[in-house]
Write a new protein. Sequence first.
Length: 313
Amino acid sequence: MEADRDVIIIGAGAAGLTAAQYAARANLNTLLLEELAPGGQCLIIDNLENYPGFPDPLPGIELSQKFEEQARNFGAEILTSSVQSVSKHGKLFTLDTDSGPLTAPTVIVATGAKHKKLGIPGEEQFSGRGVSYCATCDGPFFKGKRMLVAGGGDAACDEAMFLAKLTDQVIMVHRRDRFRAQRALAERTLKNPNIEVRWNTEAKAIKGDGKVEGVVLLRNDKNETYEEKVEAVFVFIGSIPQTQVVKNLEVKMDEAGYIVTNQRMETNIPGLYAVGDVRATPFRQLVVAAGEGAIAAHAAAQHIDELKGEAYV
Ligand code: NAP
């Protein structure tokens, strides 16, 4: 079985970097491909407070760097390259990449998910000029200003609390009358004196002249529309799994488009694994993503042994 690598991992977030670390440590010839900087979503987390082993709040960027360092220390190669597609011929996968075609008997998809957009007038127009999907990145530009946060999940609560450190005027709108976020986060958001939560409220348009100056809000239980002056709109309404790389393979996905795997993180295609936010999982957390990366690397090593007839049974 002639292949360029034993395992190729696509995406260097927490899941991909952990898979790379475990695969390299298991002595697999491991390549990790990432089109941007290694770290994934973890890079933009202001302060992590629930990653085990770090009792004091830890900037996400620091943890990302540690993940990367550990993977490299065990011998994983990390290459900046984007993957256009993956195909399978016999027992080998071929990845069509910016660095040319690459082959491996196992591939771990760790491509994550990207933020969802509201799809309302003004959102595209003011993107980068007051409309943002990352509080840590853009919040400091609006220090002391009136800001709007749209969403009701963990991300919206986390990011609203970050923004509430920069201003005492955060308005949070959620389309229903209670948060989807975990109870602890939801309670802290509601108690924060700098956050005003408006239930049953949807952003319908973003207005301004060259930059964001206000939003049109709909109180959906009363069918009342009104305008609110804000200088920034932060959108945290969930994510879309990034599955384009496997478009040529008949990979099983759930109704929301997340990749379905068994408990070994293997998809319906032997040798193809999915981990982290791109996978159908009940709980999207860094620690879960890292755990899934470890399982997939272990399963990939076993799969290679089986292909070589060296499996210990
Ligand atoms: P999420 O859990 O899917 O929540 C999305 C929120 O946006 C929901 O409240 C939803 O409303 C609302 N929403 C969706 N589409 C909307 C639309 N078109 N207009 C207005 N509102 C809309 O997404 P998330 O908060 O990004 O979290 C994603 C995953 O990452 C979750 O598994 C989460 O647990 C995890 N995460 C965890 C942490 C943490 O543990 N600290 C932090 C961030 C993210 P409905 O409730 O009405 O559906």
